[in-house]
Design a protein around this ligand. Structure first.
Ligand SMILES: CC(C)(COP(=O)(O)OP(=O)(O)OC[C@H]1O[C@@H](n2cnc3c(N)ncnc32)[C@H](O)[C@@H]1OP(=O)(O)O)[C@@H](O)C(=O)NCCC(=O)NCCS
Length: 196
């Protein structure tokens, strides 16, 4: 994640939005994303902040202005201190609050999600692996780790770690572990043969 440049992230974001429509990135798709796709515009406003902050002297002030405008326009707020990998897909960028979380690549983030500290007195924000889906209205609090490919159900409140590819649902969230992979074909044959 740390080695991705902001431009690489924009490319990955575009690819993600294109893939959500079952397409590849094209000039026309990119124009549509930049001009009339609120979700992509919200994500791009974040990437723009990551770009302008590198400008000497005025970079930090410029970043804050873009962050402020993005908060007002979308009614969503991602902390400047958050770290977010490329391929971020936010289809409905409204009512989202993300604190100083670390988020891997290809997160699918839905509306009205809150990700942050448990309380002012308890520091620590969630950490996410790659390919995590956080469904509408979910709340994730504290220094918890969400594994690669995990799915957080709509309106769940997650206060504990979620293993890779597991499902977390409910309040407080219960964890449904990833299904075991099906046995290899030759393993099945061995089992059948030994039972004959
Ligand atoms: C979490 C989710 C992905 C699970 O989908 P699924 O794998 O098809 O799971 P199922 O519907 O088979 O449900 C499995 C169990 O979890 C329960 N469950 C599913 N979603 C739940 C949720 N959000 N909160 C609480 N329980 C939930 C089901 O009732 C079922 O319980 P049971 O085994 O006791 O009967 C889905 O329910 C969900 O929340 N999707 C969010 C989509 C979203 O945000 N859409 C917004 C689009 S704009």
């Amino acid at each position: 994640m740390a080695s991705e440049t902001p431009l690489q992230k924009v490319k990955a974001d575009l690819e993600r939005y294109a893939a959500s429509e079952g397409k590849g990135v094209s000039f026309l798709l990119a124009v549509r994303m930049f001009l009339v796709t609120p979700g992509f515009q919200f994500v791009f406003s974040r990437r723009l902040q990551e770009m302008v902050v590198r400008i000497p002297v005025i970079g930090r002030a410029l970043r804050r202005v873009i962050w402020w405008a993005s908060c007002l326009i979308f009614g969503s707020e991602i902390a400047m201190a958050a770290k977010i990998g490329g391929g971020l897909y936010v289809p409905h960028p409204y009512g989202i609050v993300v604190g100083s979380a670390r988020i891997g690549r290809n997160m699918h983030l839905l509306q009205n999600v809150t990700i942050g500290r448990k309380s002012r007195e308890e520091p620590g924000d969630p950490m996410f692996g790659d390919d995590v889906t956080v469904s509408a209205g979910a709340v994730l609090l504290g220094p918890i780790t969400i594994g690669d490919g995990a799915v957080i159900g709509a309106n769940s409140v997650v206060l504990k770690d979620v293993p890779p590819r597991a499902l977390a649902i409910g309040i407080p969230a219960r964890i449904i572990p990833a299904a075991a992979p099906p046995p290899a074909a030759d393993g099945v044959e061995t089992l059948v043969a030994s039972s004959l």
